[in-house]
Design a binder for this molecule. Structure first.
Ligand SMILES: [Zn+2]
Length: 255
């Protein structure tokens, strides 16, 4: 008889990390792909160390950049503590990308042919608590009269399916482009990176799930940032990008 195992052990703790919970900035930072940690129960998912340290498991550098912005602005930061290969919190449960069988060039053996029971267990352990926590933090802020402006922080690989990507900084939005437009204007005034709107992904790729859930549904200004990960591979690069994005945000929120 199969015994349903839990996704996370007690020792692995809460799947949601929150930094600066009392941050005074209106900016609320969210990092869904912050970590490549795989819960013990899943071993290595049948993947090599190389694959598990690559962009398929997480967004390298994204958390460090978000932490830099959080420190500079005194902004609350919410991040997922486990790999997107277990559950990708920027995808709804019905999306094939939520628990991907294939990611770019890698098949993920531990995700092949998952039962409905297994999918439900992962959804309940990783996805639901993550978005519930965001919802409750937005609710608490609004109850105490603090605005929330949502920025999700991501990174992307310089070469995807063999094709190099020239864009360095992507400023992404769904149907609410208020904040993205401001940030694009601010970037054009102080160009440092090759910056594009809705690149290397856009809303038609399904990447605006978190923005839709928490920004669009609440009428809150929101934006998704994608940084090419070769620019944020070390502390120096992470610091420069964090400073630059902090400046764009400040300028965008001023008027
Ligand atoms: Zn990402």
């Amino acid at each position: 008889m199969l015994v349903r195992q839990t996704v996370l052990t007690e020792a692995e703790g809460d799947c949601v990390g929150v930094e600066r919970p009392d941050g005074k900035s209106p900016v609320l930072l969210i990092c869904e792909h912050a970590s490549n940690r795989i819960p013990i129960r899943f071993g290595d998912l049948g993947l090599s160390e190389e694959a598990l340290s690559s962009h398929i498991a997480w967004d390298p550098g994204a958390l460090a950049v978000a932490q830099g912005i959080s420190a500079a602005l005194d902004a609350t930061l919410i991040h997922q503590r486990f790999s997107r290969l277990i559950y990708d919190c920027n995808r709804p449960p019905e999306s094939p990308g939520a628990m991907p069988e294939m990611s770019e060039i890698y098949a993920v053996p531990g995700n092949q042919g998952l039962s409905d029971e297994e999918k439900t267990a992962r959804t309940e352990a990783i996805y639901i608590p993550f978005h519930q926590r965001i919802r409750s933090i937005i609710g608490e802020r609004s109850a105490r009269g603090q605005d929330s402006v949502i920025m999700t922080m991501h990174s992307f690989t310089p070469v995807y399916n063999g094709k190099p990507r020239l864009v360095e900084l992507g400023i992404l939005h769904d149907t609410d482009d208020r904040l993205a437009n401001r940030m694009l204007e601010a970037a054009a005034d102080a160009p440092l990176y090759r910056t594009e709107r809705n690149e290397p992904y856009g809303p038609t790729d399904g990447v605006t799930h978190t923005l839709r859930l928490h920004g669009l549904e609440n009428g809150l200004r929101n934006v998704m940032i994608e940084v090419r990960n070769d620019l944020i591979g070390d502390k120096v690069g992470q610091g420069v990008v964090a400073d630059y994005l902090t400046g764009l945000l400040q300028k965008s929120l001023e008027a």
